[in-house]
Design a protein around this ligand. Structure first.
Ligand SMILES: Nc1nc2c(ncn2[C@@H]2O[C@H](COP(=O)(O)OP(=O)(O)OP(=O)(O)O)[C@@H](O)[C@H]2O)c(=O)[nH]1
Length: 533
């Protein structure tokens, strides 16, 4: 079923609400889209900056450890301590070594341990021969960083920093090795403290893809290329040299903001994984707040719009009420003559003009319905309305009134002799003479054919009536100019006088009787009868 609101106000209100909502939605989308992009870029760049500083700090830390190891190596070379006891003592005399390394060892050129800071019992064991860093230092006579390996003594993943101790002839006499456990918090402290969020994490892999550090410690020493499921797209790119941030999927299938950088000193790849949910949480919060404020503003705007619509349509409602009042007859059309300058004012004035036209037409019709079309005098209808009103006025004023009933003598003969048109002209002229002979206030009417009546207010005695009747009959006797010929016309009048209260029918009947009597007496005369209730 189709819902169509019945009122114009409801339709406009619904339309305005839909428009406000749609425009707010579009405006918000248009504003949020670039903002979302900028915010993501901002968050991504922030993570890159954080990663770069963490990488630099880690790089620096390895560098510092290398410097420390080198200074110890130089110390050994300077003091020419090559004997196991002297070396062990020297290492133990530097407590900083315990702070910076998990263990520091000295190896002879065969890889046999000649000093072991953490465990004297390990002295004499052959542990370094296969260590890549040991071999590199031996060959290059300079410090190196080993790939991650499993410590044969502790079984734990570790890396080793090595430094050459050169003898007087410049050849490598000993190799110092500083071991760092990869599950040791003091080496990875930077990673843990610098995390941008609780579910964010760093991981570190070497150039070959061997995992040096990962929060899932079981994955340390695994190679990402050979792990189950293979290498992720982002790691592949990072190992290929990519630095920066991107949005990708972790091995666990989680969408994350992933940033990668490379450590300058070791070439390792440091990666920051920051789950999208958490990384962009402030962005989502901001968007939620923006949507909420948009919704609030839209609601306010819609409410204001509705209030304004109600305000703007109020004059229309008023106009409707006024038209209904006019229909009910409880108001005058003047209420529609609005001074408003707007469309509603125009509509009201148009109604006013229409109503005025109708009123004037009604007035014309009313006048026509009360006028005798031939003579222009009042007709019988008007007379029948006017006589009771005149009687009532006379009663109110305590005066009497007279009613004259006139009949043209032998009018039928005029018609028959001169034609109906001449008869009409006689009637018109007769009426005119009656009109001009009596006072303005006296009511002259044609009842039918050649019968006329005149109501004389405040005239009640024969003395008052007589001069009027004489004057009337004299005026009628003046020959009528009817074009080709002049006609002598006379009239007979019956007058009824009433001094007090009288009924209109009685008054008319008495006047008719008086007329009858006058006719009987020979016409062209008047007779008066007093009417009594
Ligand atoms: N020309 C004309 N004649 C009319 C009109 N109305 C009525 N008549 C005629 O007026 C005549 C009136 O005749 P009667 O009532 O006999 O009156 P009368 O001839 O004057 O006779 P008395 O009244 O006895 O003198 C009739 O012949 C009507 O046809 C009208 O509007 N125009």
């Amino acid at each position: 079923m189709r819902f169509v609101p019945s009122t114009l106000k409801a339709r406009i209100a619904i339309l305005v609400s839909i428009l406000a909502l749609a425009s707010a939605l579009l405006a918000s989308l248009a504003a949020l889209q670039p903002m979302r992009h900028q915010m993501r870029t901002l968050v991504g760049n922030q993570q890159v900056a954080l990663l770069a500083s963490t990488g630099a700090a880690l790089d620096q830390e390895i560098g510092a450890k290398q410097v420390l190891l080198r200074s110890i190596a130089e110390n050994i070379a300077r003091e020419a301590r090559t004997g196991p006891a002297g070396l062990q003592l020297l290492l133990e005399q530097h407590p900083i070594l315990r702070d910076e390394f998990d263990n520091v060892l000295a190896f002879d050129v065969t890889g046999r341990t000649v000093a072991n800071l953490a465990n004297r019992r390990g002295i004499g064991e052959q542990v370094a021969r296969n260590n890549t860093a040991f071999q590199e230092t031996l060959a290059m006579r300079e410090g190196a960083v080993s790939p991650p390996y499993r410590n044969p003594l502790t079984g734990k993943p570790a890396i080793m920093l090595t430094e050459a101790v050169t003898g007087a002839d410049g050849s490598v006499a000993l190799v110092l090795g500083g071991g760092l456990s990869l599950v040791n918090a003091h080496f990875m402290g930077h990673f843990l403290s610098a995390r941008p969020g609780p579910s964010a994490y760093f991981y570190l892999i070497d150039q070959h893809g061997t995992i040096i550090y990962h929060p899932q410690s079981a994955r340390i020493l695994h190679n990402v290329w050979r792990e189950q499921g293979g290498v992720t797209e982002v790691t592949r790119r990072a190992l290929g040299g990519f630095e920066g941030w991107t949005e990708g999927v972790t091995k666990e299938g989680q969408r994350a903001l992933i940033a990668a950088t490379h450590l300058r000193r070791t070439g390792w790849t440091l990666t920051l994984v920051y789950p999208v949910e958490e990384a962009f949480a402030p962005l989502r919060e901001g968007e939620r707040a923006a949507w909420l404020s948009t919704a609030a503003i839209t609601l306010l705007a819609a409410a204001l719009g509705l209030a304004l619509i109600a305000l703007f349509l109020a004059p229309l409602k008023l106009l409707h009420q006024r038209v209904e009042m006019l229909v009910a007859g409880t108001a005058d059309i003047a209420v529609l003559d609005s001074a408003r300058a707007d469309e509603i004012g125009g509509l009201s004035r148009a109604f006013f003009a229409l109503s005025r036209q109708r009123q004037q037409a009604e007035q014309r019709l009313a006048l026509l319905s009360r006028t005798d079309t031939l003579t222009g005098l009042n007709n019988r209808r008007a007379f029948e309305a006017e006589l009771p009103a005149a009687i009532a006025r006379a009663r109110r004023q305590g005066t009497g009134l007279a009613l004259a009933f006139l009949d043209v003598d032998y009018f039928k003969q005029i018609n028959d002799t001169h034609g109906h048109a001449v008869g009409d002209r006689v009637l018109c002229e007769f009426a005119r003479r009656l009109r001009v002979t009596v006072r303005q206030v006296d009511t002259v009417a044609r009842l039918a054919g050649d019968e006329f009546v005149i109501i004389f207010e405040s005239v009640e005695t024969e003395a008052a009536v007589a001069p009027i009747m004489d004057k009337l009959l004299a005026a009628i006797r003046v020959p009528f100019d009817c074009g080709a010929q002049c006609l002598t016309v006379t009239a007979t009048v019956g007058v009824a006088c009433a001094a007090g209260a009288i009924g209109p029918d009685t008054l008319l009947r008495v006047a008719d009787e008086a007329l009858y009597a006058a006719k009987a007496a020979g016409r062209d005369r008047w007779t008066l009868r007093q009417a009594a209730p």
